[in-house]
Design a binder for this molecule. Structure first.
Ligand code: PEP
Ligand code: MG
Length: 751
């Protein structure tokens, strides 16, 4: 049964549009259950009825016409109860309704299961009395639970196709998570990993003959590679395993692979996308085989496809063309891909995965670019060149928007620009509450080159320099000298203002290509200082570089990430002391910097006092703290609704951290994304946070809020919020507070 289930979900996933997906589904289910009829109904909330959408067994002409009002019929019962209904003799049930024009005789056996997320009901029926077996019920139930994503995807793909054929705009918008506030209108450029065949976007080709020649060259090169590999493996692999290479070579030379791809190229598609389609079709044949060994061959076909793609890419002289209003679109967007867009041409970012606190969103924020994350419905490969509107406030993406939507957003953009001018007025004056308390605003950065002078001048220092970014864009660990030059640049740029350099925080979602950490549970695994403690050589090199970079400047502060207990703080402080003493012995006049700890793990919240006593300052990493307090992966769009940094638990943790630090007279900063959210500024001041560190794009907006409120009032507001039990209530309360202050424009599109 598991195989059948897998095959059906796979086939529905591959369907190019909703109607084909549903057609495939009803046919496959009827065969699997061996029944007379299989149908699928849509729960139409607007028309308050259940509509037949696809069927096998009833008349085709009934599709779209049969409508059962809510409250009548057995399909409605399934939808209302949101659970399966299994009846051996359906006509005996009081809710049974017979509909004449479906060609239906009296079907007696009935089993209906809800597909809850899609508002649909899947029904199988039998002419004779039939009580469906438990395993048939659980089969349909499990299938329905897995189908939601596939159906949504098919719908979005089909809508895009219709849009291309009929030049009809899409009225719907796709929904994701707000990544960075702001609105952008622009053109999609799909960015994809070189080796990710499924993510290759469609692109037109001007000269199909030349494109075919390019494709043939790539195929020939893969043939040569495979033969080399086969020879190399000659004395390491037994004969039967080496036969795999023969099979791959045969597949490579098979007429269908080459001819099918070239046919598609001649229809006007570039070679990588033509190859993508051929490989998908071939792999699907294997995917659908019952024999598990043969099914596994699908991955060989895909591997072959990736190899050809790599060679195609080597041979591609065309650089990606970025229009002046580029909206970068991808399954997953990396820091490198963002950095590749020429300055000034990046208008927006849309990612199918990730959430507002993923590192891609953090980078977008640093660059002040509107971003929407976790748009899982988006058919990425079909997006190239499409007109898009990105609403980073509400997490919406409009594809080929209607003229009225476009006009509305152009108006909002004009208002945004007007608001931008008002925000600009905040440049210069200090970040001071109306009753005279200074709240220093610091920058979060990791790419000092990408900051302009104005932004640097505005900040009171750097509150979080993520040292892993320079580590990520290299192909090996940077040495002491290389790191020193990097740290010196940022310390010099801000001196005498403080610069907090955070020690390497890799692991979790931040991988180094040359130091792979593969774990089942990376966020609970080897990351941050846990790696530093097991690799003191990496840590000591970094500390030496930091201390040397600070000579003659004196504005360095060092911060330790992912601390979960005082033992780690003690050990790391000893290592820092050791690096300091060794440098002194070597004759360098280094000073001991202030040392701080990030509070981002729940255990550290409960030990904030003990930690504060040991160090000079605390800084709360609300991105991770929220993830760990709420047990919600910060990158997983499925649970992104649950990830909310204004959650009462986060606010109460902040209250406890500032109280514990105050006992030892230590300052507390917040350097997670919450610090740059104008909705939270008043709360953070009111909860006793001393300084805030954020992306450059948020600084003036937050300063506006600071300069509009007194600390006394902020404390009162925080006390009210602390008594609230639900995050929605806190959000509404803070939105209302900003609206009353005339600052609503900071949290939604327009003014
Ligand atoms: C945090 O966790 O809040 C933080 C600032 O660190 P990062 O986002 O780099 O994990
Ligand atoms: Mg963190």
């Amino acid at each position: 049964m598991l195989d059948t289930l897998h095959r059906i979900v796979h086939a529905v996933n591959k369907a190019p549009n909703l109607q084909e997906a549903l057609g495939t589904l009803v046919n496959a289910v009827r065969e699997a259950i061996d029944c007379d009829v299989c149908s699928i109904y849509l729960v139409d909330d607007d028309a308050r009825s259940n509509v037949l959408m696809a069927t096998v067994g009833l008349e085709d002409s009934a599709v779209g016409k049969v409508r059962l009002p809510f409250g009548r019929g057995l399909v409605g019962l399934v939808a209302e109860r949101a659970e399966p209904v299994n009846l051996a003799d359906a006509p005996a049930h009081p809710r049974y309704v017979r509909i004449a024009h479906t060609g239906e005789t009296r079907y007696r056996g009935f089993l209906g299961v809800p597909i809850i997320q899609n508002r649909r009901v899947l029904v199988v029926r039998q002419r004779e009395e039939r009580e469906f077996q438990d395993e048939e019920v659980t089969f349909l139930f499990t299938l329905a639970a897995q189908l939601a994503g596939a159906i949504t995807h098919a719908r979005a793909s089909g809508e895009l196709d219709a849009l291309t054929r009929e030049h009809q705009p899409l009225h719907r918008f796709l929904v994701g998570q707000p990544g960075h506030a702001g609105v952008a209108v622009g053109t999609a450029v799909v960015s994809f990993q070189l080796s990710d065949l499924e993510a290759v976007p469609d692109r037109p080709v001007d000269d199909p003959e030349a494109e075919c020649a390019r494709f043939e060259r790539a195929v020939a090169q893969v043939g040569t590679d495979l033969r080399h590999l086969q020879e190399r493996m000659a004395d390491q692999l037994p004969e039967e395993d080496r036969a795999l290479f023969d099979a791959l070579l045969l597949m490579l030379r098979s007429e269908t692979l080459v001819l099918q791809t070239e046919e598609t190229i001649h229809r006007g598609l570039w070679a990588p996308a033509a190859l993508r389609d051929t490989i998908a079709a071939h792999a699907q044949i294997f995917d659908e085989m019952d024999d598990p060994y043969l099914r596994e061959r699908a991955s060989d076909v895909r591997d072959l496809g990736r190899r050809i793609l790599m060679h195609l890419q080597d041979d591609d002289p065309r650089l990606v063309e970025y229009p002046p209003d580029t909206i970068l679109v991808g399954e997953e967007i990396s820091a490198m891909q963002l950095a590749e867009v020429p300055p000034g041409q990046l208008a927006g970012v849309v990612s199918a995965s990730g959430s507002g606190s993923s590192h891609a969103a953090i980078l977008a924020r640093a660059m002040g670019i509107p971003a929407v994350m976790g748009v899982s419905e988006m058919p990425v490969s079909r997006m190239q060149g499409r007109a898009l509107i990105v609403d980073g406030y509400r997490g919406r993406v409009y594809i080929e928007p209607t003229p009225s939507v476009r006009t509305e957003y152009e108006r909002l953009i004009a208002e945004e620009q007007a608001l931008g001018a008002e925000v600009e007025a905040m440049r210069g004056p200090p970040s001071e509450t109306t009753d005279g308390h200074i709240v220093p605003l610091h920058l979060n950065t990791g790419l000092v080159n990408q900051m302009n002078g104005e932004e640097q001048a505005e900040a009171d220092g750097v509150g979080l320099y993520r040292t892993e970014f320079p580590f990520m864009v290299r192909d090996r660990f940077p040495g002491e000298g290389e790191q020193l030059r990097n740290y010196r640049r940022v310390l010099e740029a801000f001196a005498p203002r403080p610069v907090v350099l955070r020690t390497l925080d890799i692991g979790g979602d931040k991988a180094l290509p040359y130091f792979p950490v593969v774990e089942q549970n990376p966020f609970l695994g080897w990351r941050g200082v846990r790696i530093s403690l097991q690799h003191p050589e990496i840590f000591l090199t970094q500390i030496r570089a930091m201390l040397l970079a600070d000579i003659g400047l004196g504005n360095l502060q060092i911060m330790l990430p992912m601390i979960s207990g005082v033992g780690e703080v003690d050990e790391l402080q000893q290592l820092i002391q050791r690096a300091h003493d060794e440098l002194l012995e070597e004759g360098h006049v280094v000073a001991m910097p202030r040392i701080g700890v990030m509070i981002e793990v729940p255990s550290a919240v409960y030990q904030a006092g003990e930690i504060a006593r040991r160090v000079d300052f605390l800084s709360v990493g609300t991105n991770d703290l929220t993830q760990y307090l709420l047990a919600v992966d910060r990158n997983n769009p499925r649970v992104a609704d649950l990830y909310d940094e204004l959650h009462p638990a986060v606010l109460r943790a902040l209250r406890d951290i500032t109280a514990a630090a105050a006992e030892f007279n230590r300052p507390v900063s917040v350097c997670g994304e919450l610090a740059g959210n104008p909705l939270a500024t008043i709360l953070l001041i009111g909860l006793g946070v001393n300084s805030l560190s954020m992306s450059a794009g948020s600084l003036l907006r937050v300063k506006w809020v600071v300069r509009s409120i007194s600390r006394i009032r902020a404390r009162q507001i925080a006390q009210v919020a602390l008594r609230m039990e639900d995050v929605g209530q806190i959000r509404r309360f803070m939105e209302g507070t900003l609206d009353e202050m005339g600052l609503g424009g900071l949290i939604r599109p327009g003014k």
